[in-house]
Design a protein around this ligand. Structure first.
Ligand code: 13P
Ligand code: SF4
Length: 378
């Protein structure tokens, strides 16, 4: 069957319909479909997700080529005095070569503390900007400048200024998934790992504008019982696509598993509801940042986990806990932006010292205040 599909159809296939006819697609074809190649045939959700995950270089020859590439990267890293930071959603080979793999909060801390001259940032653009803000004297390289974030794109400086004008006197708490310009307009930054702590640190009678993630904001509001909090209506297309019905289906299939949910998920509110009405167990359900999930996977005595976030986290979870089983709530929860980074463009970034992400001093100085307040809180 060969129906023409463009970017929207492929993204929709990844997000949604498990019944779409599956055809064999290669990684390049799925990526091309996401980029908008109209010649690609119909792509099913599972096939497209598998293709994006799959290693394009399987086989013994490819294994040797990969080893050479890794050696080249390590040599360039030494030559440039670089550190490699990678987010938990990166593909396995990128995680395996990184000096540090973690969540947004951990990566910010590493960027602030590093003694290296160059930070090779394997994540998305706003994260590289955060590294540049915290380490203005370092050269921050992002291997692919098109590694963006659908959530960060839901708010810009103009939007936040207009919002603030409607609520004079309110303080702004911005999730780290925002541009440097938005952070510069904010009083506090937060990540999924410390959003509760940051909001709790603000006096109770102080009005708050929380942006840009609606699901994270709603979870924080519910967990803190805060009434004077206004929440921006932004969402991440990957996490918003994880619906309560996905959780319900997995819970039914593996009822003994522990459930770990990222607060950006479209199902977070219903998980809280299920917790309150007692239909899921409190000690076997947690709402966590990606690094919080890593810790929980290590420390919990459960043997099976259902994981509701981007599927990149499974690589580390499985490697660090070989005796435990990790089941994604949705195979299609794949962030195409995070998957833009690979060994080839990492090597090219270090070889040619490209693509530098640098935030101008005036914006960086303002944005740093919000980030430093967050880092000080925890
Ligand atoms: P974490 O901070 O939990 O790693 O999340 C970052 C992110 O982009 C989630 O989509
Ligand atoms: Fe942005 Fe969503 Fe990708 Fe995270 S998973 S980087 S929030 S688009």
């Amino acid at each position: 069957m060969s129906a023409e599909v463009g970017r929207v159809a492929a993204a929709a296939a990844l997000r949604a319909d498990p019944t779409v006819a599956e055809v064999e697609v290669g990684r390049a074809a799925a990526a091309a479909a996401l980029r908008a190649d109209p010649t690609v045939v119909e792509v099913g959700r599972a096939a497209a997700a598998a293709a994006l995950r799959a290693d394009p270089t399987d086989g013994p020859q490819a294994e040797a080529a990969r080893r050479d590439l890794v050696a080249e990267i390590l040599e360039l890293k030494r030559k440039r005095n670089a550190v490699i930071l990678a987010h938990n959603y990166q593909i396995g080979p990128v995680q395996d070569i990184a000096d540090y793999v973690g969540d947004s909060l951990g990566l910010s801390r590493q960027a602030a503390a590093t003694e290296a001259d160059v930070i090779l940032f394997c994540g998305v653009h706003f994260m590289a900007e955060t590294a540049s803000i915290l380490s203005p004297d370092k050269t921050v390289l992002l291997p692919d400048l098109t590694a963006g974030c659908s959530l960060a794109d839901t708010i810009d400086a103009e939007g936040i200024r207009a919002w603030k004008a409607r609520y004079p006197g309110a303080v702004v708490v911005s999730y780290v998934n925002t541009s440097a310009l938005v952070k510069a307009e904010s009083d506090y930054c937060c990540t999924s790992g410390n959003a509760l702590k940051v909001v709790r640190s603000i006096p109770e009678d102080q009005e708050i504008l929380f942006c840009p993630d609606f699901f994270l904001g709603s979870w924080v509001q519910k967990a803190t019982g805060r009434r004077n909090m206004h929440i921006w209506m932004g969402e991440c297309h990957v996490h918003a696509g994880i619906r309560p019905s996905d959780i319900g289906a997995r819970r039914a299939a593996v009822p003994d598993a522990e459930l770990m949910v990222h607060p950006e998920c479209g199902c977070t509110a219903s998980v809280l509801y299920y917790l309150e009405d007692g239909s899921i167990s409190r000690d076997r359900t947690t709402v966590l940042s990606t690094e919080g999930m890593m810790q929980r996977a290590r420390t919990s005595d459960a043997k099976r986990f259902v994981v509701a976030t981007e599927t990149g986290v499974l690589h580390r979870m499985r490697r660090e806990n070989p005796d435990k089983e990790f089941i994604p709530v949705s195979e299609g929860a794949v962030c195409m932006y995070m998957k833009k980074i690979n060994l080839e463009n990492m090597r090219d970034a270090l070889l040619h010292m490209r693509h530098e992400v640098r935030v101008g001093k005036e914006v960086a100085d303002r944005a740093r205040l919000a980030i430093e307040r967050m880092v000080a809180i925890g």
